[in-house]
Design a protein around this ligand. Structure first.
Ligand SMILES: Nc1nc2c(ncn2[C@@H]2O[C@H](COP(=O)(O)OP(=O)(O)OP(=O)(O)O)[C@@H](O)[C@H]2O)c(=O)[nH]1
Ligand SMILES: [Zn+2]
Length: 190
């Protein structure tokens, strides 16, 4: 978990107090006394990788295996929409077609966490995961599929609880080879 330095913490706590006061609440009442500090700690987790472009926590192995496709599906994620700072969350499916290089499997959920812990939109999240798999594994093809619910569409605004958004990126042979692409889609389309 990211730890904010003292100055960042103090600034954030002050900002949270301002928001609470501005919406008409009383920051000196019992229930809110520790809230600015809690929000600061929560933001340190939720926004831990803001501004980072390169995922570093991975391990790759070389392989002579001729596995056609690797699919890791149903990886849960939580992120915050950059328009309303409200949560959007769901699942990510990742596939790649190896080219003599594979990635440690657990590193894919780690990559998803790293990508999600910043203000984002679902499309950029999808692209960021695909970019980093491409950079790290140098595969023949990559596919990323995300299905998510956006609180900004459910609890306010258009108010449509349960609405789901699907975004996907297909690259290389997973874009051009219909059979491989179908193999991925058959698994992940629920
Ligand atoms: N494409 C995309 N749009 C998003 C995402 N998250 C939130 N949005 C949308 O961002 C848009 C922002 O629109 P605005 O008109 O500027 O903001 P708003 O007045 O709060 O819009 P409403 O949500 O329609 O009330 C909304 O349509 C949201 O649904 C996302 O991940 N991807
Ligand atoms: Zn939003």
């Amino acid at each position: 978990m990211k730890i904010f330095d003292t100055e960042t913490n103090q600034r954030l706590e002050k900002d949270v107090k301002n928001v609470l006061t501005t919406i008409g609440d009383d920051v000196s009442r019992d229930g809110l006394l520790e809230t600015p500090a809690r929000v600061s700690r929560a933001y340190a987790e939720i926004f831990a990788h803001t501004g980072e472009r390169i995922f570093q926590d991975y391990k790759v192995f070389s392989t002579e295996s001729d596995t056609d496709i690797v699919i890791v599906e149903n990886i849960p994620f939580y992120s915050m929409c950059e328009h309303h700072l409200l949560p959007f969350f769901g699942t990510v499916d990742i596939a790649y077609v190896p080219n003599h290089k594979i990635i440690g499997l657990s590193k894919l959920p780690r990559l998803v966490d790293w990508s999600a812990r910043r203000p984002s939109v679902q499309e950029s999240l999808t692209t960021l995961v695909a970019d980093e798999v491409t950079r790290i594994v140098e595969p023949k093809g990559v596919a990323v599929n995300i299905t998510a619910r956006h609180m900004c569409m459910e609890m306010r605004g258009i108010n449509r609880p349960g609405t789901q958004t699907n975004t996907s990126v297909y690259r290389g042979v997973l874009k051009t080879d219909a059979l491989l692409r179908q193999q991925f889609m058959q698994r992940v389309i629920r």
